[in-house]
Design a protein around this ligand. Sequence first.
Ligand code: SER
Length: 319
Amino acid sequence: MERVLVTGACGQLGSELSIALAAHHGKENIIVSDIHGPIPLVSNMVFEQLDVLDSQSLEAIVDRHGVTQIYHLAALLSAKGEQNPQLAWKLNMDGLLNVLECARKHKLKKVFWPSSIAAFGSNTPSINTPQICTMDPNTVYGISKLAGELWCNYYHQQYQLDVRSVRFPGLISYKSPPGGGTTDYAIDIFHSALQKKEFVCFLKEDTQLPMMFMPDAIKATLELMQAPAENISVRTSYNISAIDFTPQQLAAEISKHIENFAIKYLPDYRQEIAASWPQSLDDKQARFDWSWEPQHDLSSMTVEMIRNLSLVISENPTL
Ligand code: SER
């Protein structure tokens, strides 16, 4: 029987992943933790207040609950990280090292940690970005992800820790709000389209980025973690890809469902971050090693976002 600790469980990915893990392992076996919270989405699971920089508290929780796996999601995202680079580095790097050390000392069975397309940079081939290529990130978030990938690989090689990772594209979801990412325009646009029929985009109209609907991100995480260890040939982090689009293409898709939707472009500092990231990823290694395959395209994701977000907004108009 597995006992699973999720850090950052009140965040955009953490909350939905915790629910999926509860369905898989039984909710009594999931310990959700966050520096804030708990939030309603995860309030029916065991909650521990945890700052991942506090390694003693982390280890105490692992001991107390007999934890066998950690999904480590607590981090500061790209745009927010640029406003506080020192904190982003400390939280993202020391947090990961605390988790890896804890997993090594307590001989945990598995660790999941998400990397990101932000680990790539301006000299990375931007179309169909290969699994292995030049990586020169220009945000603290991206630097922490690239360094984190290498630390994961190190812990696997030196200590045989079964740590697994994917490079997530921008994640699009409606259940809980995102926090401080460059790709978050692709969520804000739905809120704004439904509430005001207009949107001011902080990226240029033709900035293509890799994106993914949350159910596919959850599917990728669960499938990677269930794959036999001998199939996992990448111990840094896997490229995974689903939907690549520009703000203009997304707006056109939304316009099919929301009449008279208007978009304006007012690029800010996040444009430069987005311009250094890939436009599309080559994910054939993930497809080969653990049969990765996304289920949602731009059109099905847009339909689901509009349908579900309309319900969320009608139940909670202040969102
Ligand atoms: N969605 C993240 C961000 O924009 C990228 O991993 O920061």
